[in-house]
Design a protein around this ligand. Structure first.
Ligand SMILES: NC(=O)c1ccc[n+]([C@@H]2O[C@H](COP(=O)([O-])OP(=O)(O)OC[C@H]3O[C@@H](n4cnc5c(N)ncnc54)[C@H](OP(=O)(O)O)[C@@H]3O)[C@@H](O)[C@H]2O)c1
Length: 256
């Protein structure tokens, strides 16, 4: 487990005005994929990478993922158990970890494992595309369902609401590629953690760290600065600061 001082250093990043500090995390194959071409959930990171995920959650007020990510049976987005919960308390995070799922059309699988774990708050963010009947189902699955946008989720409005109504100052985005891309395109990502794993999936249908439409030119692309790197066995744990998150944002506030 990482030292408390490493976790405290993460907590020193102040959130930008009106929204949480947003940091993404993903395990990546050596060719930048999140999963094999059939897009099924495969835990290809090491035990250390898994621990890293829980460590990152200890400094988050909320964790967010897309509908296709939570469809996978093993995904629960919980803290990782008593040891991590004690650590959250020692770090001053007194509220339970809020879990947030993005589903533009309300297509979540109600049988997914995550909906069986109702010990911490569960929020569904959706759009006007979700039909009234489906809204009733969503309301039965989560503690709160909120609509932001008619067709695509208005992430800026949703994150502002999470900050105001749920006190979310630090939001950990856990994918998948479509949600990551939308957050990046909206200029809402401040930091990216990736674990580069010694496996290569290939395949143009495999999800990548950021899918969606992508940035059309190098000039428009998100620009990153490597902040930290660590080798653990055959894996590389990398942390990037997002320098130019896209035209929608003036950029993250970095503590002096
Ligand atoms: N290696 C890793 O660390 C890691 C982490 C996470 C996921 N994964 C893998 O990544 C894959 C899933 O990623 P994915 O890209 O296919 O799906 P995803 O991002 O998890 O979820 C996509 C869904 O989220 C909703 N959504 C995303 N952006 C939206 C927007 N701008 N507005 C409204 N709704 C939006 C849509 O739901 P609706 O269809 O309801 O509109 C969309 O179908 C899986 O293979 C998973 O195992 C790997």
């Amino acid at each position: 487990m990482e030292t408390l001082s490493i976790a405290r250093a993460r907590l020193r990043h102040r959130p930008p005005t009106g929204r949480p500090f947003v940091y993404l995390n993903a395990a990546l194959s050596a060719d930048g994929k999140l999963a094999p071409p059939d897009r099924r959930f495969v835990p290809f990171g090491s035990a250390r990478d898994h621990e890293h995920l829980y460590e990152l959650r200890t400094t988050a007020d909320a964790v967010l993922a897309g509908a296709r990510t939570v469809d996978a049976t093993a995904v629960t987005m919980t803290t990782g158990g008593a040891e991590y919960e004690r650590r959250r308390l020692r770090l001053g995070l007194k509220r339970p970890l809020v879990r947030v799922i993005v589903t533009g059309g309300g297509t979540v699988n109600p049988a997914a494992e995550i909906f069986r774990h109702r010990t911490t708050p569960l929020i569904l963010l959706t759009t006007g595309r979700t039909r009234p009947k489906q809204m009733v189902i969503l309301r039965g699955l989560a503690d709160e369902v909120q609509v932001f946008g008619d067709d695509q989720l208005d992430f800026a409005a949703a994150l502002g609401w999470l900050r105001r109504e749920w006190g979310v100052r630090r939001l950990l985005g856990e994918g998948g590629g479509e949600v990551n891309a939308a957050l990046l395109a909206a200029g809402l990502v401040d930091e990216i953690h990736v674990t580069l794993c010694p496996v290569l999936f290939g395949g143009f249908k495999a999800p990548t760290l950021a899918d969606g439409d992508g940035f059309a030119t190098l000039a428009a692309a998100a620009q990153l600065k490597l902040q930290a790197r660590r080798r653990v066995g055959d894996e590389m744990l990398l942390t990037y600061r997002v320098l130019k998150p896209g035209p929608a944002s003036a950029g993250p506030k970095v503590p002096k």
